[in-house]
Structure formats: C-alpha cells, structure tokens
Design a binder for this molecule. Structure first.
Ligand SMILES: NC(=O)c1ccc[n+]([C@@H]2O[C@H](COP(=O)([O-])OP(=O)(O)OC[C@H]3O[C@@H](n4cnc5c(N)ncnc54)[C@H](OP(=O)(O)O)[C@@H]3O)[C@@H](O)[C@H]2O)c1
Length: 246
C-alpha cells in the first residue's frame, strides 16, 4: 500500500513543489486547488516522477467541497498519511480607504480554509490512530507588518490554533507541525521588492518534508529567520517601517 499525502494549494508554489517531492518518493497524492487546468499539469508531472495523483478542484473556503474531497481521497487510497493545509493568499489591507473586501478574503482563505482542511482530515486520522498535519503559517505571523495586518494576523491565528489542536491530536498519535517559511520564490512573492534570505521553492519543499519527518512542532526557515525572529518581535516600529519602504 503506497503512502498518501493530501495537499491544498497544489497548483502553484510550495504546494506544487511538495507534490513533486512526494511524487519522487512514490506517494499517492491528492492535489486540491481552484485551477483544474493547472492541476492537470501538476498531476502529469507527478506521474512522470513516479507518484500517482488525483485532482480535487475546489475552494478551501467551501467546507462541503473540502470534506467531500478528503473523504473521496480516503475512499480511493484507504488512508491519509499526511495533510498539508497550505493554500493561502497574500493581499495588502487598504485600511485608509475603509475597504474590507480583501481583508475578509485573506482571513477567510488563510484561517477558515485551514480549519476546513484540518477538520476534514482529522476524523480519518483519529480512526487510523495515525497521521501528520502541516499547517503553513509564515514568519509574518510573529509580528503585524505594515499594510499586511490581516495576512500577519491570519498566520498568527493558524499557529495558535495548531498549538491548541496539538493537545487533542497527540493522544491520537497525530502530529501537527506549524511551518513558518520566510521568503520562498513562488508566484505569491513575484512582485515583492526586498526579500532577505530568499529560498528556491524546490529546496523549501525538501526542508518542509524533513521537518515533518523529524516530528517538529514548529519549523522556521530559512535558518537565518530563527536568529532574526526573537529580535523581529521587539525591534522598534521605525525600523520595520524603514525596511518596508525600501
Ligand atoms: N512564498 C512565500 O514567500 C511564503 C512565505 C510564507 C508563507 N507562505 C505561505 O505558503 C502557502 C503557499 O504559498 P505560495 O507562496 O506557494 O503561493 P502561490 O504560489 O500563490 O500558491 C498558492 C496556492 O494556494 C491556492 N489557493 C489560493 N486560494 C485558494 C482557495 N481559496 N482555495 C483553494 N486553493 C487556493 C492556489 O491555487 P488556485 O489559485 O489554483 O486555487 C495555489 O495553488 C500560503 O499559505 C502562503 O501564505 C508563502
């Protein structure tokens, strides 16, 4: 029986490269995202790398769709070994205009999308008495950032939720790991300016998988961020502003 992994946000960036990395390891992969045409290409590449894949096209904010997709995945492969609640978006908060649309979209996808994904998988994992869950947060979750308060807040929220869920999941032999990437070269950050310690996405995927395999509760990377985060939390606002204006 092959090992299985279900990945949300598998059509691009970190999710896509996690899929390729697991395909090379011979996994059966559930690919979930909204763009079916792009998922078709990812599926073909996964198969050429030695994995097998099923596409689930949907929106993580559609709870019923997420539940049906994960149920179908488990029906197909018999079990779910690993889950990545990875789908997410970044958008600026136009707070000075009083427009809330983008803020609600960020919060809904990045928080409720993660809740829908994790809660759809946990009943299967509890039944199996095994499983590993990764929740993709960000180093941005350690401090509210200029123009990105909602994004930072969403990433802090998923970290805190995962910390709480861990108490309930551990007795069921289910691992939950919060991943805090720094800047990873994906379409999400294509238009960003200053990106210290930028990492290629294929390398990032391997690092995330290593963190999952070694059972970490929390994983901050690239490594430089592990040194920066304690200062990042306390540096004066003026410095944060200056960096963001670059
Ligand atoms: N790149 C970075 O520097 C960085 C740093 C820290 C954290 N992260 C986090 O890492 C995760 C992946 O980001 P990425 O950089 O790989 O971004 P990306 O290349 O833009 O990929 C985002 C993925 O999420 C999917 N997605 C977005 N909204 C969705 C929705 N409503 N329902 C289902 N799928 C949805 C997209 O697919 P569709 O458009 O096809 O639905 C796409 O597959 C995000 O949670 C992000 O916040 C990224």
């Amino acid at each position: 029986m092959s090992k299985t992994v279900f990945i949300t946000g598998a059509s691009s960036g970190i999710g896509e490269y996690l899929a390729y990395a697991y395909a090379k390891r011979g996994y059966s992969i559930g690919l979930f995202a909204r763009r079916t045409d792009v998922l078709e290409e990812v599926k073909t590449k996964c198969e050429s790398l030695g994995g097998s894949a099923i596409i689930f096209s949907g929106d993580v904010t559609d709870e019923a769709k997420v539940v049906t997709s994960i149920n179908n995945f488990v029906e197909n492969f018999g079990h779910i070994d690993i889950l990545y609640a990875n789908a997410g978006i970044g958008a600026a908060d136009p707070i000075w205009k009083g427009e809330t649309k983008d803020v609600h979209r960020v919060l809904n996808i990045n928080i409720n999308g993660v809740v829908n994904t994790v809660f759809a998988a946990t009943p299967h994992m509890v039944k199996q008495k095994s499983g590993k869950i990764a929740v993709i947060s960000s180093v941005a979750g350690f401090r509210g950032l200029p123009r990105h308060g909602a994004y930072s807040g969403s990433k802090a929220a998923v970290r805190t939720m995962a910390d709480g869920w861990r108490y309930d999941l551990t007795p069921n032999n289910i691992q939950i790991t919060t991943i805090h990437p720094g800047f990873i070269k994906t379409p999400m950050v294509d238009n960003n300016g200053f990106m210290p310690f930028l990492m290629d996405v294929d390398i990032a995927a391997e690092k995330i998988i290593n963190a999952m395999e070694s059972g970490k509760k929390s994983y901050i990377f690239p490594w430089q961020w592990r040194l920066v985060i304690p200062f990042f939390k306390i540096v004066p606002d003026a410095l944060i502003n200056a960096v963001y204006k670059r």
